[in-house]
Structure formats: C-alpha cells, structure tokens
Design a protein around this ligand. Structure first.
Ligand code: FMN
Length: 252
C-alpha cells in the first residue's frame, strides 16, 4: 500500500514524532511505500491566497475558489503545492498526524488542507462523499490530546472526541471521498509512563499495519439525497442527529 503521512509537530522528540517514526518504520518493514510531509521541517507556508498560484484569473478581485478552478485547468499551482497534490494523488492511504490544538488542527496542518485540497483537484462538480475524488482510498487521523479520556466522553466536560473530530473526518476527509478509518487517539502523552508509551506505540504500529482492514466511520450515501442535498422522503433519519455520526445504538 502507498501511505502518505502528513506530520504536523514542531518537535521530533515529541510523542507525535515517535508515532510518525513508528508508522514509517513499520510500514516500510512490511513492504509498503511511505511518503512523509513533515510540515514544520519543510517550513510549509499555511496561508492560502494568491501565493498558491502561478496563474491569475482575475487580477482585480481575489475569489479563492475561482482562482483554484482556473489554476486546476491551467496547471497553475506553485511547485510546493503541486508537489503536495502529487503525493496526495499517489497515496492509497492518508494519515494526518497532529496534536489536538484548540479542538482542531494545528494551523500549519489546517493551512495545508486549505491550500492543497483545491477546487478542481480535491473536489468540485458535485464530486463529494461517495462520489468524491478520493473514493476508494483510506484516511485516518492520528491524534494526541492533552486532556484525558473521561473529559472527552459523552458525559465528560469536553464532549465526545467523535464530535470534535467531525469537521475533519466528515467535512474534509469524507467530503473529498476518502473512506475514513476510526481515529487513533492518544490521551495525555505527557503524563504516561515509559511502559505506557511503548504500549501505545505498539498499538499504533498494529493500527497502521492494519489500515486496510481497520474499522471505518459511517459516511453519507449521496443516493439518499435529492438535488438540493435534502434527504429523500422515506429514507430513515440519519444516526448523526448530534453531528457525531456515532450511531445511537453505540453511544454509551
Ligand atoms: C496551542 C495549543 C492548543 C491546545 N489545545 C488543546 C485542546 O483543545 N485540548 C486538549 O486536550 N489539549 C490541547 N493542547 C494540548 C496538546 O494536545 C498536547 O500537548 C499534545 O497532544 C501532546 O502531544 P506531544 O507530546 O506530541 O506534543 C493544546 C496545546 C497547544 C500548544
């Protein structure tokens, strides 16, 4: 399998660093191909604007998606973005490796998505979800979190992790067609013992080696929706009423 890891941590000796090193070693040893974009090491610029393009559709008014469509048609992305797009299209599986920052992606990784997932390349023309550009490929969030697991339960103070990761799993990955693997979440890596650290890394090794068969999150079936993307009559209500996409039957 061809695996692309997008790594968003500024410290190689961090737990995130150890996770990416573990994944890379395990996958390569098992005969898989791996590419890593280490965003901080690359000095990746996360700001999305005209600097994305070598082409100009309208010099007077910057409409980001209009310029993205035009650049897609005219091979007009700057080399550093084109290189990331090439890796994305090369990959059969994508891993986003990041620490949870303010309930979301660190800015450098959010900016990578903002710039690389461009209209005309990653989506557009009603290519989304099961009809999406990356249909047939897998994606997974591998996340470290400062807070402990009870804080991120349904009754915990922060609510469930599934709701926090929903904008990423659903709004970015499923939207562009990926089959989304259940996230691998490590809570409080700064507070664990060396033995627990090794145990987590071993569990993660198993997860990346089993990426092709790991459990996946439910995603929408576009055939269930009409032209306005309203659910068709007669289709039973979604299990995602609270936005978490965790079926009611599986909630604690
Ligand atoms: C800017 C910033 C925002 C953070 N936001 C959160 C948060 O929303 N929830 C949380 O549990 N931890 C938060 N943390 C803690 C990190 O998630 C935690 O330090 C990290 O996952 C530990 O992994 P590491 O040892 O590889 O850095 C935040 C840390 C920083 C620096």
């Amino acid at each position: 399998m061809r695996v692309f890891i997008v790594h968003a941590h500024h410290e190689a000796k961090s737990f995130n660093g150890a996770m990416t090193q573990t994944a890379q070693r395990a996958l390569l040893a098992a005969g898989h191909e791996v590419l890593v974009s280490d965003l901080y090491a690359m000095g990746f610029d996360p700001v999305s604007d005209r600097r994305n393009f070598t082409t100009v559709r309208d010099p007077l008014l910057l409409r980001q998606q209009t310029e993205e469509s035009y650049a897609s048609e005219h091979n007009g992305f700057v080399p550093e973005l084109q290189a990331e797009m090439d890796k994305l299209f090369w990959a059969e599986a994508l891993i986003l490796q990041f620490p949870l920052w303010w309930f979301g992606l660190p800015a450098i990784l959010k900016g990578w998505v903002d710039r690389v997932f461009a209209v005309g390349r990653a989506y557009g023309g009603r290519r989304w979800f099961d009809r999406g550009v990356f249909a047939g490929r897998r994606a997974m969030c591998s996340v470290t979190v400062g807070g402990l697991a009870p804080m991120y339960s349904y009754s915990g103070i922060n609510g469930p992790m599934s709701a926090i990761l929903f904008p990423i799993n659903h709004g970015i990955l499923a939207f562009t067609g990926f089959t989304v693997v259940e996230p691998f979440v490590v809570h409080g890596p700064g507070r664990i013992t060396p033995a627990q650290r090794s145990e987590y890394l071993e569990l993660y090794r198993y997860r990346v080696l089993g990426l092709a068969s790991a459990n996946v999150l439910p995603g929408p079936n576009t055939a269930d929706y009409d032209e306005s993307l309203v659910r068709k009559a007669g289709i039973s209500p979604a299990d995602d009423q609270d936005g978490s996409r965790v079926p009611a039957a599986r909630r604690p």
